[in-house]
Design a binder for this molecule. Structure first.
Ligand SMILES: Cc1ncc(COP(=O)(O)O)c(C=O)c1O
Length: 376
C-alpha cells in the first residue's frame, strides 16, 4: 500500500515513472458499486450497436464537465468517445491528413502522437518549444499543428496568451487544424485554471483531445475528441468503420459517476494529493540535487522535468538510474532531432513521500558520482 487507500504494483511504484496516476481503491469501490446499479438497470436498447460517436449520456456528462473545468465550449454532439487519447490521435491523423501533408509538431514532444501523425503519412516538422510554448515559423504552411498548450509534454511550460492568439490566427488564416492534446491539465496546483485553447477558437479550427487515463487510470481506455460541427459526421463514421468504439457498459458507468459528482470529488481529492507530492519532490530537488538540476515547468500535471547541465549525458544518467531501480526517462529521447537541452522527466503522482525521498537520494548519489568521475 502506498499512502493509505492508494495502492500500486511494484512496477508502478518505481520512481519516477512518467504519466501514471495513483490508483485510488476508494474510487474503484465506488466504480464497482455504481457499475452494479448501471448493469442492473441498463435498457436493452442501449446494449445494441448504438451511436458511433459514443454513449449519449457520457457525451452529455463530458460536455457539462469540460465547460466549467476546462473552458471548452461545445455541445454534447460535438464529442466523439474514443479508446483513450491515443486512439483519438490516430483518428484525427487519419481524417485530417493526406499523405505528405505537413504537421507542425512540438520539439521535444509526445512521441506516440508523433507516431500517429507519421503513420497517417504526415510530414513531421519538429518545431522548438521555448519558454512561451510553440511558435509557428513565419510563413510556414501546414495542415495540422499538434500542441499541448496547458502543460507542454514533456517540458511542462504553458503556452502564453500571446502565442495562443498567434496560433489561432495562423490556423484561421491558413485553414490549418490545431490539435490540442489536453492530457493532464485538470491537475493545476498553484495558479488558476488555464482555459483550453478550444474555448478561444472562434473560427472552428481546434480539435480538442481529452483522456480519463490521468484522472482515473490508464487501463480505462476512455477518452474523447471535441470537433467542430462539420467534422462530427466524418469522425463518427470513421469510428464505426475502424471499430474503435469503447464498450458501452464502461461508458455508462463513467457517465453515471460524472453525473453524480463522484468524478469531480475524486479529482479534487487527487489534486490536493498531487499538489502535496509535487511540493515534496520540488523541495527535495532543491535541497538535494540543486548542484545538478533545476526544476522546469508549470505547476501542473503528473510530472516535472529536472533540467541537467549541457555537459551531462542524460541517457547515461537514466541508464545508471535504471540499474539502481529507478525509471527516469531522459529528456533527449523526446526530441525527433538534436536535443537542445538535457534533463530527466520525473513522474510523482503514483508515489508515496517515502518513495520520492528514496528516489531522490539514489539520484543524488548517481549524479554526485558521475560529476566526480573521469571525463564522460
Ligand atoms: C501528452 C500525452 N498525450 C496523450 C497521452 C495518452 O493518453 P491515453 O492513455 O488516453 O491514450 C499521454 C499519455 O501518457 C500523454 O502523455
Amino acid at each position: 500500500m502506498v499512502g493509505g487507500n492508494v495502492s500500486a504494483s511494484d512496477d508502478l511504484v518505481r520512481a519516477f515513472n512518467v504519466g501514471i496516476p495513483a490508483l485510488d481503491r476508494d474510487f474503484l469501490r465506488t466504480w464497482h458499486r455504481v457499475s452494479t446499479v448501471v448493469h442492473r438497470r441498463i435498457p436493452a436498447d442501449d446494449l445494441n450497436y448504438g451511436g458511433a460517436a459514443g454513449f449519449a449520456p457520457l457525451r452529455e456528462a463530458i460536455a457539462a464537465h469540460i465547460g466549467p473545468s476546462r473552458g471548452v465550449r461545445c455541445r454534447p454532439d460535438q464529442i466523439i468517445i474514443t479508446s483513450g487519447a491515443q486512439q483519438a490521435m490516430a483518428l484525427v491523423a487519419q481524417l485530417l491528413l493526406d499523405p505528405g501533408d505537413r504537421v507542425i509538431f512540438e520539439e521535444p514532444g509526445y512521441h506516440l502522437a508523433r507516431c500517429a501523425f507519421a503513420a497517417a503519412g504526415g510530414a513531421i516538422v519538429p518545431t522548438p518549444v521555448g519558454d512561451e510554448g510553440l511558435q509557428v515559423p513565419a510563413g510556414m504552411a501546414a495542415r495540422v499543428a499538434y500542441v499541448t498548450p496547458s502543460h507542454q509534454y514533456p517540458l511542462g511550460v504553458r503556452m502564453t496568451a500571446r502565442r495562443r492568439v498567434q496560433l489561432l490566427e495562423w490556423a484561421e488564416r491558413t485553414s490549418a487544424w490545431i490539435v490540442e492534446d489536453d492530457y493532464d491539465s485538470e491537475f493545476r496546483y498553484g495558479s488558476r485554471m488555464l482555459p483550453a485553447l478550444q474555448g478561444a477558437d472562434r473560427a472552428g479550427r481546434v480539435v480538442h483531445v481529452g483522456t480519463f487515463s490521468k484522472v482515473l487510470f490508464p487501463a480505462i481506455r476512455l477518452g474523447y475528441v471535441v470537433v467542430p460541427p462539420a467534422l462530427v459526421e466524418p469522425f463518427a463514421r470513421a469510428q464505426l468503420v475502424n471499430g474503435g468504439r469503447p464498450p458501452v457498459l464502461e461508458q455508462a458507468t463513467l457517465a453515471e459517476l460524472i453525473a453524480r459528482g463522484h468524478y469531480a470529488r475524486h479529482l479534487a481529492k487527487r489534486r490536493r494529493r498531487y499538489a502535496n507530492l509535487r511540493g515534496v519532490l520540488t523541495s527535495l530537488i532543491r535541497s538535494r540535487l540543486s548542484a545538478h538540476m533545476t526544476v522546469m515547468g508549470d505547476d501542473t500535471g503528473l510530472h516535472l522535468v529536472g533540467r541537467l547541465g549541457p555537459e551531462v549525458d542524460d541517457r547515461a544518467v537514466a541508464d545508471r538510474a535504471r540499474k539502481a531501480g529507478l525509471s527516469v526517462p531522459p529528456l533527449s529521447i523526446y526530441y525527433a532531432g538534436v536535443p537542445a537541452i538535457f534533463g530527466l522527466v520525473m513522474g510523482y503522482a503514483h508515489l508515496s513521500e517515502r518513495s520520492i525521498a528514496a528516489g531522490v537520494a539514489k539520484l543524488a548519489a548517481i549524479l554526485d558520482e558521475l560529476a566526480a568521475g573521469p571525463a564522460r
